[in-house]
Design a protein around this ligand. Structure first.
Ligand code: PLP
Length: 396
């Protein structure tokens, strides 16, 4: 069953970001007048006439048949996300990987070619390296900051250019306008994972990308309590993606849609704090003798700083990573993360709590990724200070 197109945001489009985050897609419950969008915790929808059934089966706006294909709480979320990304349409799924797989399956099949950044999220990386080739899809991995390498990677059968705007965990900055121009020149679809910046800081569609996606588990939810994914673009590109969500069975639950509706209302307030805290922590880390490199797009030393500055208006999000001077086998990154008391030694990101996770890979070596939370920055810094001291490498 085809899902309904999202309820179309109307007058919210002329409003500022915070107003859209609070109001877009939402309306008082028609049955009770309840001001907040209810959790429509139902799998199915009853019809009181054959005409109503026919209209729903045809996909008339505001009608629903089965929650795997559409739900009023989810439709409100999708309309809100579309309004925030400046998109015609959006679709939500059970997780970020749910939308990544739905998007890639809708765009690339056996015989097609995907160009993907060499640094992307762990499971997207596994799909691209291991599973896509099993499905007959050719994949080229490139340094996304090297536009000549990207240009050279196009083949006649390239349909997808895939990257993260700020990459996980190396914080490489992708030049989205330049990549969009290359994709369009070669008839490919540019898919941007915008998880690290959120639509508050950056909206890829405004810079020529075709699709913008998020692990909404992260900043869009903001509170570390719901797995979700969202993807936005033209109605033409979104329709086959929601078809994949239905086929894969990766629909979001109404309760998680509601958690996201609630969380995203404060996205701008949270992102402002994430940005200022991350910049201060990045500067602190730069001064620590144990640290050999800090990767934060807000630091002038970052090679992608000026691109990020021009695209985000000078705010760089809450994600940074850093490298330690280490000796083989000294396990300093894990030990440092383990020494933290306030910040959690935990995977995931975009939470109001600070989360720290050491990463190792052949492409970028060992990095400690920090999702800088919304706590008071002096408390975060004090926690890192005691964690560095706990390594026992400082002379008194
Ligand atoms: C950049 C990025 N994209 C996608 C994902 C996958 O999202 P999810 O865990 O919601 O499936 C993650 C998860 O950490 C991520 O960091």
């Amino acid at each position: 069953m085809r899902k309904q197109p999202p309820m179309k945001p109307t007058d919210e489009r002329g409003h500022g970001f915070a107003t859209r985050a609070i109001h877009a897609g939402e309306h008082a419950d028609p049955a009770t007048g309840a001001h907040n969008t209810p959790i429509y915790q139902t799998t199915t929808y009853a019809f009181d006439s054959l005409e109503a059934k026919a209209a729903a089966l045809e996909g008339a706006p505001g009608t629903f048949v089965y929650t795997r294909g559409g739900n009023p709480t989810t439709a409100a979320l999708e309309a809100k996300i579309a309004a925030l990304e400046g998109a015609e349409a959006a679709v939500a799924a059970a997780s970020g990987m749910g939308v990544i797989m739905a998007a890639l399956r809708s765009l690339a099949r056996s015989g097609d070619h995907i160009i993907a950044a060499d640094n992307v999220y762990y499971w997207a990386n596994i799909y691209l390296n291991e599973d896509a080739p099993l499905d007959g899809i050719e994949v080229s991995r490139v340094d996304i900051t090297d536009l000549d390498a990207v240009r050279a990677a196009f083949r006649p059968n390239t349909n997808v250019l895939y990257c993260e705007f700020l990459s996980n965990p190396a914080i490489n900055v992708a030049n989205i306008p330049a990549l969009a121009a290359l994709a369009r020149e070669h008839g490919a679809t540019l898919v941007v994972d915008n998880t690290f910046t959120s639509p508050y800081l950056f909206r890829p569609l405004e810079h020529g990308a075709h699709l913008s996606l998020h692990s909404a588990t992260k900043y869009i939810s903001g509170h570390g309590d719901a797995l979700a994914g969202v993807i936005s673009g033209s109605a033409e590109l979104i329709a086959p993606i929601l078809r994949q969500v239905e086929i894969l069975g990766s629909c979001i639950s109404p309760f998680n849609s509601w958690l996201l509706l609630r969380g995203v209302k404060t996205l701008d307030l949270r992102m402002e704090r994430h940005c200022s805290n991350a910049l201060e922590l990045a500067r602190f880390l730069q001064q620590q003798p144990e640290v050999s490199e800090v990767r934060y797009a807000g630091l002038e030393s970052h090679p992608g700083h000026s691109i990020a500055r021009d695209l985000t208006g000078g705010r760089y999000g809450g994600m940074l990573s850093f490298r330690l001077h280490t000796q083989p086998g000294d396990n300093q990154a894990d030990r440092l993360a383990n020494n933290l008391k306030l910040c959690a030694h935990a995977v995931s990101l975009g939470d109001v709590s600070t989360l720290v996770w050491p990463h190792r890979s052949d492409v970028y070596g060992e990095l400690v990724r920090v999702s800088v939370g919304c706590e008071n920055i002096q408390d975060i810094i004090a926690d890192f200070e005691q964690a560095f001291e706990g390594l026992g490498t400082r002379r008194s």
